[in-house]
Design a protein around this ligand. Structure first.
Ligand code: GDP
Ligand code: GDP
Length: 455
């Protein structure tokens, strides 16, 4: 009776859809101009990824959600790389490195009309060493006459080349079938978590905000000797650090420590790295240089973490350098620029002096707790009932859409499905989210709300 107007199957379907956990990640790598971006667009079924790209403009988005044969996964487009800055070999190697670290499977795209080049061979070596499943895409096979070109790519030793025309869509279905065979149901990182490994933290932020300083500070002498932890398979880019009596895994720290200062053009590389770290982490600690104005880049990094559905802590670093005036303006900037993440716990730290380092762990724990919060259906509906009675949706066209009932479909981050008698306006949805937060906390976590409307 609580589910007026919706049958059980409909409800279950909505819950399945909304409740999905982290998705496996597919990286598309290859030399420039082999057709990676065209292929990514094909896979995600949109014209969104590439077309608007202008050279020299940093792309803030590198991952997209895709679905094939009923399975969902994430696709990483590495096509935005600016080859001029690094040279082709270095840029393609960086993509491969990304794929090795962050992806669950890789589509390696080769231009079949050109054949395998030395650069292609070099990537094959990197991919093989990584041991991730690889699907070889022989692209630009626009018709049967070029199938022979594809067959030549057997020589790469990556198994059967899948002849594809990303441009026309030819062969992409068969290739995606292969991709699904290669992709695990859920990301490897999730399996790790299921057996109760250390919690995973991504320490992210734009260059020079103090990431490596902070990492060094928290690591101190407390660095854990990894071999002592039974059953931990050690990824060399991750670092286990004991803090507040608990061992934490700082993921993808190689990029922080290596300090590859590529100067300009490093932006895209940095954003790939950030995406990789975020994918692997449960909680993102975004470091902001409090001595400087909050930048678009800071906001992009935060958005990446939020869109990936990770728990979030914001650490304002270099607090030791702030005078009263800067502190005043910082607060104003936070109010105007970072209002959308007002729910994230905040710490004001100095990686240099060690100020408030002890507050970092409690903030991370708070965020993870919010991220894992589950609201029982009874409590949720009692709350929704009161909310709807006290604050009904505005009447539109003589009708008043009502929330009929709701349920939490998942956690990490919390996902809700609301079943309604009509379309709920964006403003009303935001209002519901705000009230949900007031009622149940959710500190440090994004929350997803989807609405099902009874036909
Ligand atoms: P990326 O640099 O690897 O991302 O390559 P793009 O996706 O930007 O493609 C490079 C060029 O190859 C563009 O002009 C595409 O239109 C073209 N292209 C991509 N896929 C195909 C294909 O399957 N057949 C043909 N003939 N051209 C393609
Ligand atoms: P990363 O690029 O984010 O890893 O930043 P680094 O850790 O290399 O720091 C960049 C610069 O900021 C270095 O010169 C650091 O010494 C300095 N720095 C980092 N944290 C602090 C801090 O808390 N206070 C001050 N005054 N300087 C800092």
């Amino acid at each position: 009776a609580a589910q007026e107007g919706f049958d059980a199957e409909e409800v279950e379907g909505a819950l399945d859809e909304a409740g999905h956990g982290p998705l496996p990640v597919l990286a598309v790598v290859g030399r420039p101009n082999v057709g990676k971006s065209t292929l990514v667009n094909r896979i995600i079924g949109r014209r969104e990824a590439v077309v608007e790209d202008r050279p020299g403009v940093t792309r803030d988005r590198v991952t997209y959600e895709a679905e094939w044969a009923g399975r969902r996964f994430k696709v990483v487009d590495t096509g935005g790389w600016e080859q001029d800055v690094l040279g082709i070999d270095a840029s393609v190697a960086a993509q491969a490195e990304y794929a090795i670290e962050a992806a669950d499977a890789v589509v390696f795209v080769v231009d079949a009309t050109v054949g395998a080049t030395d650069t292609d061979e070099a990537v094959v070596k990197l991919l093989r060493r990584a041991g991730k499943p690889v699907v070889l895409c022989a692209n630009k096979v626009d018709g049967p006459s070029s199938e022979a070109d594809a067959a030549m790519l057997w020589s790469l030793g990556l198994g059967e080349p899948m002849p594809v025309s990303a441009l026309h869509g030819r062969g992409t279905g068969d290739m995606l079938d292969e991709v699904l065979k290669a992709l695990p149901e859920a990301p490897a990182q999730t399996f790790g978590n299921a057996v109760g490994g250390p919690r995973r933290i991504a320490l992210i932020g734009r260059p020079n905000v103090g990431k490596s300083s902070l990492l060094n500070k928290v690591a101190g002498e407390e660095r854990v000797v990894v071999n002592e932890l039974a059953g931990t398979t050690r990824d060399p880019v991750d670092e286990l650090i004991e803090l507040g009596g608990t061992t934490w895994k700082f993921v993808d720290t190689a990029g922080i420590r290596k300090r590859v200062h590529l100067q300009e053009g490093a932006d895209y590389y940095a954003s790939l790295r950030t995406a990789a770290a975020v994918e692997k982490a449960e909680v993102a600690v975004v470091l902001i240089d409090a001595s400087e104005s909050i930048s678009v880049q800071d906001q992009r990094i935060i958005t990446m973490a939020v869109e990936a559905g990770r728990a979030l802590v914001v650490a304002y670093n270099k607090w030791d350098t702030l005078d009263e005036e800067r502190r005043y303006y910082l607060e104003r900037e936070i109010e105007t620029e970072l209002q959308q993440i007002a729910w994230a716990p905040r710490v004001n730290v100095s990686a240099q002096t060690g100020r408030h380092m002890e507050k970092l762990v409690p903030a991370i724990e708070t965020a993870l707790a919010g991220w894992e919060t589950r609201v029982p259906t009874g409590r949720l509906n009692a709350f929704l009932g009161e909310l709807v009675a006290a604050h009904p949706h505005p009447i539109r066209g003589g009708k008043q859409p009502r929330i009929l009932f709701g349920t939490q479909a998942g956690t990490k981050p919390p996902r809700f499905v609301l079943f309604a008698s009509g379309f709920l306006e964006a403003g009303y949805r935001r209002f519901v989210e705000r009230r949900l937060r007031e009622e149940f906390g959710f500190e440090g976590t994004p929350i997803h709300i989807s609405v099902r409307v009874r036909e």
